[in-house]
Design a protein around this ligand. Structure first.
Ligand code: MN
Length: 138
């Protein structure tokens, strides 16, 4: 199923993200709970997952790892961390736990939409292995 899955326990934050994505014609399914998000991801294999790292029912790192594992079977759709934390350290943590990109809240509308559009249109292997260079032959 082609939609963006949003896992965010703050209804107001979710409303902003849904409004922005709908404004560029992207369909969003939203859940307030991490475990429900994990179930939906397994069931539907969304084209992109946006996940809050600060959820009441599951630790963000655990959820990110779980999603990453689940999605390996359906082409590794990108996982984007949404977090109120800012800074390189937080970003490294999110990436280390399987996220493709990191967005600090409050989000910058234009940057956020550009990122989503890029992730939705870029070839999958390019996203999953951004640092991988082609093999050199001698
Ligand atoms: Mn939260």
């Amino acid at each position: 199923m082609s939609y963006v899955l949003l896992i965010e326990d703050n209804p107001l934050n979710a409303e902003v993200v849904i409004f922005l994505l709908n404004s560029i014609g992207v369909e969003v399914k939203h859940t307030l709970r991490g475990l429900e998000g994990s179930k939906l991801a397994r069931q539907d294999c969304p084209s992109l997952i946006l996940m809050d790292f600060d959820l009441p029912d599951i630790d963000g790192r655990t959820l990110a790892l779980q999603l990453k594992k689940q999605l390996a079977d359906c082409g590794n759709p990108p996982i984007v961390a949404l977090t109120a934390q800012t800074g390189k350290r937080e970003e490294r943590i999110a990436m280390g736990f399987g996220c493709t990109a990191f967005v600090s809240k409050p989000i910058d509308d234009e940057e956020f939409l550009a990122l989503v559009q890029k992730l939705l249109t870029a070839p999958r292997d390019e996203i999953s292995n951004p640092a991988q260079k082609p093999n050199m032959t001698h």
